[in-house]
Design a protein around this ligand. Structure first.
Ligand SMILES: [Fe+2]
Length: 389
């Protein structure tokens, strides 16, 4: 039973017996209420247990009408709350990766505790509201590609695992493997890693050794779980055996390795590099889908596409009104109706600040809907200017 007894009992003696919202849980509390002359209490059965006897009266309209506001299905926190934390978590994680990559390149030791803590924090955020960190994977840092890519692969793999029913405790291993998966690149000369042009067969061979270096370095660290090592060594494997470094087939791969392979290719495709432009999310998703069952695990691809939504955050879309905008927040209930920040009016006039519309909330004949995904570069739009780090 829950009560606010100041008005009824405390008023006469000007003493607050029980604060608003306090639970009545003991006989002693009831005796005290009786001692001050309280004869009746009203139990709000939506908040506390009913007791035997008494008269049942209808709850006041205000109580009956009060909407129960809960985060959407599968989310423990609201996007608007989680995104504030997620930005900090992502920023700190990029710094952790930067530090261990620099240490690895200069022969210094890796602080595994820091990596574990970052992995745990990222995992917890994904399990509170996956959409928050997921939306930040649309942010790419051109000059610090390896660091942001490692964090993005970590988040995307965690998102797939979360949607596949992996528990939070199991998923922390993915956090570790995701952050460390490209650590072997610390042994590849930068002249090859950042070469602004096509690689020679020899250079390609050198790059293709990085998962083997990652595996070796993780084993040297000691106490790194096998599932995390599997992510590091298998993220370039393909289920048809055409990947590297071992040419494993789908049934030889660790489930987390298969998830990381999809996460890795999606982030690589959507990122700009010295030798290529980044693809818009819908084009990258199409490429991933085309490799379903041949290059990538069928179930993983299905979960990934379902989770990212038809219109992933960071995508550029045309609305039925002729307006153009950026997908700012996905909608886990209906992926066709995300929040969109409108940048171009129906007359092609560009706005300085996006006008945010929630396609899910709007309804009726004149409601805005997405008609197609567009390439922002055609309109001179840099998506990252609109998604704040
Ligand atoms: Fe890699």
């Amino acid at each position: 039973m829950e009560a606010d007894v100041k008005e009824s009992a405390g008023e006469s003696k000007n003493v607050l017996l029980m604060g608003k919202g306090m639970l009545i849980t003991s006989e002693n509390q009831i005796r005290r209420l009786q001692e001050v002359g309280l004869k009746d209490v009203t139990i709000d059965t939506s908040k506390g247990k009913d007791v035997a006897g008494g008269t049942v009266v209808d709850a006041p309209a205000a109580i009956k009408m009060a909407p129960v506001v809960k985060p959407p299905a599968g989310r423990k926190a609201f996007f608007k709350d989680e995104i504030k934390v997620a930005r900090k978590i992502r920023g700190a994680s990029v710094q952790v990766v930067k530090e261990f990559m620099n240490n690895a390149a200069t022969g210094r030791s890796i602080d595994v505790k820091k990596v574990n803590l970052a992995a745990k924090t990222l995992t917890a955020s994904v399990f509170r509201n996956v959409d928050a960190l997921l939306s930040l994977t649309a942010l790419k840092n051109y000059s610090e590609f390896t660091y942001t890519h490692s964090v993005n692969v970590c988040i995307l793999t965690l998102a797939i695992a979360h949607a596949s029913g992996v528990t939070e405790q199991e998923a922390e291993v993915i956090g570790v493997g995701g952050l460390l998966h490209d650590i072997g690149k610390a042994r590849i000369p930068l002249a090859i890693l950042d070469k602004p042009g096509p690689l020679t067969p020899e250079e390609r061979k050198i790059i293709m050794d990085h998962p083997l270096y990652s595996e070796e370095m993780l084993r040297e660290m000691g106490n790194v779980p096998e599932a995390a090592i599997a992510i590091a060594v298998q993220h370039h494997e393909k289920v048809n055996g055409t990947g590297y470094p071992y040419g494993l087939t789908g049934d030889q791969m660790h489930p987390f390795g298969s998830m990381a392979a999809v996460a890795d290719i999606y982030d690589a495709l959507t990122s700009a590099r010295p030798y290529k432009v980044g693809l818009p999310p819908h084009v990258a998703l199409r490429r991933v889908f085309d490799g379903r069952g041949t290059e990538f695990d069928t179930k993983v691809v299905d979960v990934f596409i379902k989770n990212l939504g038809i219109y992933p955050v960071g995508g550029f879309v045309r609305l039925n009104t002729g307006e153009l905008g950026i997908v700012l927040e996905s909608n886990p209930v209906d992926s066709r109706k995300p929040k969109v920040g409108i940048i171009f009016s129906r007359f092609g006039k560009r706005r300085d600040t996006p006008y945010v519309v929630d396609l899910y909330e709007a309804s009726g004949a004149d409601a805005r809907t997405i008609t197609e995904a567009e390439d922002p570069k055609r309109y001179g739009v840099n998506i990252e200017d609109y998604i704040q780090a």
